[in-house]
Design a protein around this ligand. Structure first.
Ligand SMILES: Nc1ncnc2c1ncn2[C@@H]1O[C@H](COP(=O)(O)OP(=O)(O)OP(=O)(O)O)[C@@H](O)[C@H]1O
Length: 292
């Protein structure tokens, strides 16, 4: 079997239940892969185990069983090869926006000169449009600006894999849209490999090459590996006009509303079924949108 850049093999996670001689099986026998340069989103109801999978990919937590192999090496702890952006920004409050990025860049390339580190960090602050506020500390920035600094810092360290855990969850719709557009263009220009958790079906369609659909927990499975067969570059305002957009969107919503519970017992194989709703629908008329 062809090995992908990131290979997740038979992952299981169990946590002891306090005061009981039992454990909680969050998921078992999860396998999937990601190609270099791919953008993969994972969607599933609250508590199904998305963050637990991300923790295993980042190396922050060891799985109970199974392995994660990145670029031929087993993930056995955190590494600067993997950048993580959380919902709550995790910036250092005593450093300016620019110094927060410099901090990450210096850790990544300790032998670089001060000037090179500064220029490189500047470039990424510029990329997210924050050059005007480089001297401000996180407490003097809006939530959206703070999240842009986090994203700039993560991209500036050029990790082999970028892990995004609902990075826009706390932002208002307008700011979220602006940063999504930035993410689309940064990913297009850097071919960054990304694994992202989101609850937002439209965001996943805008950004992803593939969307993994997770059944409800406990004992969750990745039931489907949905191909997002829409041309790039995608734009927020026009992607909805692409043929097949609503077939894809309805497929995802139908899973979340109607199928995510039963999928847990219906899925028998560790590798999820590969589904291409756009291609499947291309022969017939497009269905109407489901109200989200
Ligand atoms: N350290 C831990 N100890 C015990 N149980 C845990 C631990 N971490 C996670 N869990 C449990 O594992 C399950 C999956 O949690 P996880 O945070 O991965 O879900 P999620 O899909 O990311 O949820 P959400 O969308 O709400 O963030 C939950 O039932 C949670 O309570």
């Amino acid at each position: 079997m062809k090995k992908r850049f990131l290979q997740v093999e038979n992952l299981a996670q169990r946590f002891p239940i306090a005061g009981r001689n039992k454990s909680l099986t969050v998921f078992e026998d999860i396998s999937f892969g990601i190609e270099r340069g791919e953008f993969v989103c994972i969607i599933g109801h609250s508590g199904c185990g998305k963050s637990t999978i991300m923790n295993a990919l980042s190396g922050l937590d060891a799985p109970t069983e199974g392995v994660v192999i990145m670029d031929g090496k087993e993930v056995s702890g955190p590494s600067l090869d993997r950048g993580v952006v959380f919902q709550n920004y995790s910036l250092l409050p005593w450093l300016s926006a620019l110094d927060n990025i410099i901090f990450g860049v210096r850790a990544r390339w300790p032998k670089w000169s001060r000037q090179k580190i500064r220029e490189h960090s500047h470039e990424y602050l510029h990329m997210v449009g924050l050059q005007e506020v480089e001297h401000r500390k996180p407490g003097q920035l809006s939530g959206g600006m703070r999240q842009r600094v986090s994203i700039a810092r993560a991209f500036a360290t050029q990790p082999k894999l970028l892990l995004l855990d609902e990075p826009f969850g706390a932002l208002d719709a307008l700011t979220r849209g602006v940063i999504q557009d930035e993410l689309v263009s940064i990913c297009a220009s850097t071919a960054q490999t990304v694994f992202m958790i989101t609850h937002d079906v439209d965001e996943a369609i805008l950004l992803a090459d593939r969307i993994l659909l997770m059944s409800n927990g406990p004992e969750a499975v990745i039931a489907e590996d949905v191909v997002v067969d829409l041309p790039r570059p995608r734009k927020r305002g026009t992607v909805i006009n692409q043929p097949g957009y609503y077939s894809l969107r309805n497929h995802l919503l139908d899973f979340l509303v109607n199928r995510s519970e039963a999928a847990r017992t219906a899925t028998t194989s560790a590798a999820p079924a590969i589904i291409n709703p756009i291609r499947e629908a291309s022969g017939g008329p497009l269905p109407h949108a489901v109200n989200a």
